[in-house]
Design a protein around this ligand. Structure first.
Ligand code: UDX
Length: 452
């Protein structure tokens, strides 16, 4: 092992290549550079690379541009993968594994990078899979590289799944809850421990297949927790209990905890929807059935339509209605729309003839790309709700939570607020003429504007 040791004398700075500059790749690259490693980030998109070379982040992620600027002396951005891989000590693969039509994970990008590494690596290195991949993929990548590699060097493959959340990605990486290192031998584990030496997080060395499973099992468990609480919220509405009180009471039990127990209009984003479907597909493929995960997926799909269903209580149809939409991203703190409830709710309302006005502090530009026409984009909440017959809260942005609720009454034509994220206390609406209908709670002023 000693003759293969690749880390430098101080045990900290290595030459690292990171193919893929999405949330996982770019954040990983920048965080590793901030710890002193020499990092080359590789992407196929030239415009994106040029942007990053100027020190600009191509994704909206709080804290990332600042850390990128601070770490520029350790960062190179390029489309030239050969220069990056040929003398890298460690290569972190952070490319996407999007969902295929059948729900399984698309591994094309991961294998493309593996092929490039096999063709270009000129010294011993550790290839680290950060992308979320089905169990057994690391084994396949290892044999693929070994079969295709051009130079006589030792290329190890390790699994090191990523647990960052969008919006807190930098913090989640620098202060990770855990660093999982999946290996089949000792050497790549030693290298990764060195890479992460200055990261304040517990390090867990496990079998490679266990590491792959930890990632899916964690994400799917959180998705399951959300679907579970959404079902309980729906039952609360029927039987007259209040989900916010119920979860407050449940969360004090440390075995349950307060986090990821927030009911709403379903989970979105680039991970939970994709990873639940991928594990379900993978289980079926292996003659297993994941009944809980299947249920979580089904509950989530229904939950996304909750507000449109509620809207039907107030209006027989949506023709010519002015509808204000507050928030279109899948959660606050990101401009990402992937699997966001807005993508299913807004088209339904438009199809039924409603006029839509959207406000979102950072997601509007991306939304415009999907829906360039017919939607009015507003720069403030007041503009979105002025004269509206209905307001749907789809994302719990701080601006929405801090909004003076009296303005709904002053500015809307019919102040009916359907809140998919439980942004306000019910008591705030007690002395108003606003109909406030949220998730898993009683409706305040339910009958004021019901169409007869
Ligand atoms: C998630 C995981 O948290 C992260 O560990 C993993 O690496 C990637 O997937 P992310 O998709 O960025 O991160 O967002 P997250 O904060 O987990 O929220 C996902 C979705 O669940 C959002 O739509 C959010 O609104 C919803 N959610 C979350 C709830 O509905 N209730 C909750 O209590 C928590």
């Amino acid at each position: 092992v000693n003759k293969l040791l690749i880390y430098t004398k101080d045990g900290k700075k290595m030459k690292i290549a990171v193919p893929g500059t999405g949330y996982v790749g770019l954040v990983t690259g920048v965080c590793l550079a901030s710890k002193g490693h020499k990092v080359t980030c590789v992407d196929v998109d030239e415009n994106k690379v040029k942007k990053m070379q100027r020190g600009e982040s191509p994704i909206y992620e709080p804290g990332l541009p600042e850390l990128m600027k601070e770490s520029m002396e350790n960062l190179i951005f390029t489309t030239d993968y050969k220069s990056a891989y040929q003398d890298a000590d460690v290569i972190f693969i952070g490319v996407g594994t999007p969902e295929k039509y059948d729900g399984s994970a698309n591994l094309t990008y991961v294998f493309q990078v593996a092929k490039q590494i096999a063709q270009t690596a000129e010294k011993h290195c550790v290839v680290v899979l950060k992308s979320t991949v089905p169990i057994g993929t690391n084994d396949k990548i290892e044999s693929y590289i070994h079969n295709k590699q051009v130079n006589d060097v030792k290329i190890y493959v390790a699994s090191n799944p990523e647990f960052l959340s969008q919006g807190t990605a930098v913090h989640d990486t620098l202060h990770a809850s855990r660093i999982v290192i999946g290996v089949t031998e000792e050497y790549p584990a030693d290298v990764l421990k060195q890479v992460y030496e200055n990261f304040d997080a517990p390090k867990l060395v496990v079998e490679r297949r266990s590491a792959e499973m930890i990632k899916y099992a964690s994400n799917d468990f959180l998705a399951l927790k959300i679907s579970y609480i959404n079902e309980i919220a729906n039952l609360c509405e029927t039987v007259g209990a209040d989900i916010e009180e119920v979860t407050a009471g449940m969360g004090f039990d440390e075995r349950i905890g307060h986090r990821f127990l927030k009911s709403g209009i379903g989970y979105g984003g680039s991970c939970f929807p994709k990873d639940t479907k991928a594990l379900n597909w993978f289980a079926n493929f292996n003659d297993n059935e994941l009944r809980t995960i299947k249920a979580a997926i089904e509950v989530n799909e229904n939950q996304k339509f909750k507000l449109v269903k509620k809207a039907k209580k107030y209006y027989n149809d949506f023709l010519f209605l002015n509808v204000a939409i507050l928030g279109c991203t899948f959660k606050p703190g990101t401009d990402d729309l992937r699997e966001a409830p807005s993508l299913v709710n807004i088209p339904i309302l438009m199809e039924d003839g409603a006029y839509i006005r959207v406000w979102d502090p950072v997601g509007q530009e991306n939304f415009k790309k999907c829906f360039p026409e017919k939607i009015q984009y507003c720069s403030c909440i007041e503009d979105a709700i002025a004269g509206a017959d209905l307001c749907l809260i789809l994302t719990e942005w701080g601006e929405v939570k801090e909004f003076d609720i009296k303005k709904y009454e002053e500015l809307m034509k019919h102040p009916i607020v359907l809140d998919g994220r439980n942004c306000y206390n019910l008591s705030d609406f007690a002395n108003t003429r606003i109909t406030y209908d949220s998730i898993g709670r009683r409706t305040v002023n339910p009958d004021l504007y019901i169409e007869k």
